[in-house]
Design a protein around this ligand. Structure first.
Ligand code: ADP
Length: 833
């Protein structure tokens, strides 16, 4: 049954978390905007105001940043005039503000800014840590003009009225949250709290993105479950006993707070009383006594119940309590009463355990952990000093959530100290956020920045196209002699070579009416060959072709051959391409300045391979455009975002300075990776980009590519992480030797880390491989860094593409251009965004 209750609690929690069902939820799962637990570095002077049942406590806390080992605390309690709780709201807040003024006058505090945390133990709808509307009063409070108002503002105005302008209300929280924070120690954060007193509630650190009622989407946020109302929709009806029904009917709020009425101390005595009444009526107890006294509400106090369940003194206490009511209990009566009290308290403990187990399982699941190890702060008069409740709570929680290891910590100092922690943590987070933003700011490009990049790209394109200006352009704008895109009617059988990516491939492609058929084989080219002599390289390529032809029975045929050769080439014809420079780790000698088709033909001759008919040499961008163009005639742009980045597009012949002829169009291989090599992007580059560039084999070259493509994004992230560690903003500032290694943070990690949802397991696994012990906050920050770097890459790529499409539109004199971009490259394909 307890498993079932746990399951129902989980359901109710989900209902409260979801935006769609929140309004109908009983367990309201209110966001608190508390996003972190103390890490021990918090320091400074803080003021705490705690509004309690009949008094206000004002507290001064000085934190020394020493792991919160030795906070200096001073406090004063101000008892509240009885009429204030039901009076005007303004009077309540004026009273609190006066207490603050008196307190500060008493200690002659300095006049610097004094942050204040306010413990306000009522259900509030938070929209920020310092903005919270009261949903409704409870616990005997009913001040007018407060419900629906922002409590922080009411307190701040009252404080300002006292001319305490340096006091700044920065956080508002309820008592449950205060308990959680109170139990948090340096290096041992407490992430769950349970309050079982006159009422009951719990809170825990949830994954912020699951708290749909809050705007935050990353990291954690403490949620106040408001679980006292669990069961108000009837979900607990099958476990309610007739005694519970009686207790509920006699309460001031029948039908409400059903869970609270099963577990909290206000009601346990009452439940026992109703059991005794029923058993007496059946003559099973107190035979011969006048039991009328048992009809009086509240005659059995929780304190008595707790003393009765004590094994040693309990029987004597039972007798004392019953005799005080005028009953004449037999030995057996006393024994039974003790059993009844034990049953009622045990049930309360097991139900709390079911609720706690639901919270723990939820946390374990949403953090994608196999095993959750967590501290649970408990503030309860049932718990303190009464081992039975605690023992049951502990053991039943273990039974119901075996995947979690919870350590229960009794709250020692109430909630005030916790409130100081909340306030201090809020200040620490704000300061850290400011520093992180400063580090990342140079990587965050505005729309104006991107428009400038677009304009510069356009300018470089024009320079590159011009016959005379080409030499000064960073974007080479190489003619490809590809003068048309496919229309889908092309047919035939072709041999294809693909060199210049990660792999060398040979393909047989048949384009037929029923579609394109392909057979291909990947051949590894060892580094000794890619960095050896050109002769050996091209000989090897011919050997691969011969092997492929043999395997596919093609030795008798001479098929037209297309050669995807993805290195910068000066083309002199469709089948004539002079290599300008090697890139991507190739350095075979004797090739630069040569026509690669010629090199291939010479190798064929050396190998006595006579059936090679090279028709076209194309860059991979061109290949991408053409293959997409076969299906979509509007495809007139090719884009690659893989190891490197590049683009091509269909330009008007009349604009292509390097080739004679004015008619029609020609595909231009932009070689845009080199955009910015003339310094025009210098103000976009950050220190991180400069660090990455310096360590490449082509420093100062391919500057645009180094902001965008797979070979570099991981490196940029690595340098940012190192900077954050140094500024103590990540991994608690602990040095990370492995992170010093070039290339250790791979670009594919960005894809894994940025995937939709938190993918925390991935983040943790990746960081663990790097021997980094990441807290959840660390994981979230690493993710933010990855997102920032990827976003910038995609935006810059888009700015470049925008320049291309704008030029094409203008070329054609159109108001609007419809064009398709064929895209290839693993970064583009694998990155989630
Ligand atoms: P190439 O550009 O060499 O032809 P690819 O298009 O396959 O080859 O790109 C390879 C690059 O893609 C690698 O350098 C690597 O940085 C990047 N990469 C590999 N896997 C992923 C991934 N899952 N997410 C993002 N980038 C990746």
């Amino acid at each position: 049954m307890l498993q079932v209750v746990k399951g129902r609690m989980l359901q109710a929690m989900h209902k409260g978390l979801s935006r769609q069902t929140h309004a109908q939820a009983n367990v309201r799962m209110l966001p608190t905007y508390i996003c972190s637990t103390p890490d021990g570095t918090e320091k400074g002077d803080l003021l705490v105001v705690e509004l309690c049942q009949s008094h206000v406590r004002i507290m001064w806390v000085t934190l020394l940043g020493d792991g919160n080992q030795s906070p200096q605390v001073m406090y004063k309690i101000f008892s509240m005039p009885g009429d204030i709780m039901q009076g005007k709201g303004e009077a309540l807040f004026d009273f609190i503000a006066q207490c603050v003024r008196q307190f500060l006058a008493g200690i002659s505090s300095p006049q610097h800014r004094l942050p204040l945390g306010f413990v306000f133990p009522f259900s509030c709808r938070h929209t920020r840590l310092d903005k919270a509307e009261l949903i409704s009063w409870s616990k005997g409070f009913s001040c007018s003009d407060v419900e629906g108002k922002d409590i922080v503002q009411l307190l701040q105005s009252a404080i300002n009225k006292q001319e305490l302008y340096h006091v700044d209300v920065v956080a508002l929280m309820n008592d449950t949250v205060g308990t959680m924070m109170t139990c948090s120690m340096a290096g041992k954060p407490c992430e769950v709290a349970l309050v079982v007193g006159t009422g009951t509630n719990s809170c825990f650190m949830a994954m912020a993105q699951q708290v749909e009622m809050a705007e935050e989407t990353s990291g954690q946020m403490c949620v106040s479950t408001e679980w006292g109302c669990f069961g108000d929709d009837g979900t607990l009806s099958d476990i309610l006993t007739p005694y519970d029904q009686c207790v509920d009917e006699e309460s001031s709020n029948p039908g409400e707070k059903r869970f609270e009425k099963l577990v909290s101390s206000l009601y346990l005595g009452e439940i026992v009383r109703h059991v005794l009444t029923a058993l007496a009526a059946e003559k099973a107890l107190f035979i011969g006594s006048n039991v009328a006294v048992l009809r009086t509400k509240g005659v059995l106090k929780i304190q008595q119940v707790l003393e009765i369940i004590d094994n040693e003194e309990g029987m004597a206490e039972a007798r004392r309590a019953l005799e005080a009511l005028g009953l004449r209990p037999s030995e057996r009566d006393c024994c039974r009463v003790q059993q009844i009290c034990q049953a009622v308290v045990s049930r309360a403990a097991t139900l709390c355990a079911a609720g706690l187990a639901a919270i723990l399982s939820h946390m374990c699941q949403s953090q994608e952990l196999k095993r959750l190890v967590v501290n649970v702060g408990v503030d309860s008069e049932l718990y303190r000093g009464h081992t039975r409740f605690g023992e049951i709570l502990q053991s039943v929680t273990e039974l119901l959530a075996p995947e979690c290891m919870a350590t229960l910590l009794p709250s020692i100092d109430g909630t005030g100290w916790g409130a100081a922690m909340v306030t201090a943590v809020a200040l620490r987070l704000a300061a850290q956020r400011h520093e992180v933003d400063q580090v990342l700011a140079p990587l965050r490009l505005s729309r104006a920045d991107l428009q400038r990049v677009q304009a510069l790209m356009r300018q470089e394109m024009e320079l590159g196209l011009g016959w005379e200006s080409n030499a000064n352009a960073s974007v080479r704008m190489l003619p490809t002699y590809v003068c048309g895109t496919p229309n889908g009617t092309e047919r035939g059988e072709f041999l294809v070579l693909d060199l210049g990516g990660t792999n060398f491939r040979v393909l047989l492609v048949r384009m037929a009416k029923d579609g394109i058929h392909m057979a291909s084989k990947i051949y590894v080219i060892p580094t000794t060959i890619t960095q050896g002599t050109g002769e050996v390289l091209f000989d090897h390529i011919i050997e691969c072709i011969m092997d492929f032809q043999l395997k596919h029975n093609l030795t008798e045929q001479v098929l037209p051959l297309g050669f995807t050769f993805s290195f910068p080439c000066q083309q002199l014809g469709l089948d004539k391409a002079v290599l300008l420079s090697w890139t991507k780790g190739f350095s075979a000698s004797g090739c630069v300045g040569q026509d690669v088709v010629q090199l291939l033909q010479e190798a064929a001759q050396r190998k006595q391979h006579l059936g090679l008919k090279v028709v076209a040499v194309v860059n991979d961008t061109v290949g991408t455009m053409m293959s997409c163009g076969y299906d979509d005639p509007k495809c007139e742009i090719g884009l690659i975002v893989g190891t490197g980045t590049n683009a091509c597009y269909m330009e008007e012949m009349q604009n292509v300075g390097a080739v004679e002829g004015e008619q029609g169009r020609m595909c231009i291989n932009m070689e845009w990776g080199a955009f910015g090599d003339n310094g025009c992007l210098d103000d976009i580059f950050t220190d991180f980009d400069r660090l990455v560039d310096e360590k490449t084999i082509n420093a100062g070259k391919q500057r645009f590519e180094k902001l965008i493509s797979g070979m570099y994004l991981g490196e940029i992230v690595r340098h940012i992480l190192l900077a954050l560690v140094e500024k103590q903003l990540l991994f608690r500032g602990k040095p990370c030797p492995k992170l010093q290694i070039k290339g250790i943070f791979q670009t594919k990690f960005l894809s894994a880390i940025e995937i939709d949802g938190l993918a925390l397991r991935q983040v943790r696994a990746i960081l663990q491989d790097l021997e980094l012990q990441a807290s959840l906050e660390d994981s979230v920050l690493v993710r933010e860094v990855c997102q920032t770097v990827s976003l910038r890459a995609a935006q810059l790529c888009a700015a470049g593409l925008a320049a291309v499409v704008e030029k094409m539109r203008e070329n054609r004199g159109l108001a609007q251009l419809a064009v398709t971009v064929g895209v290839d490259g693993t970064l583009y394909k694998m990155h989630p965004w």
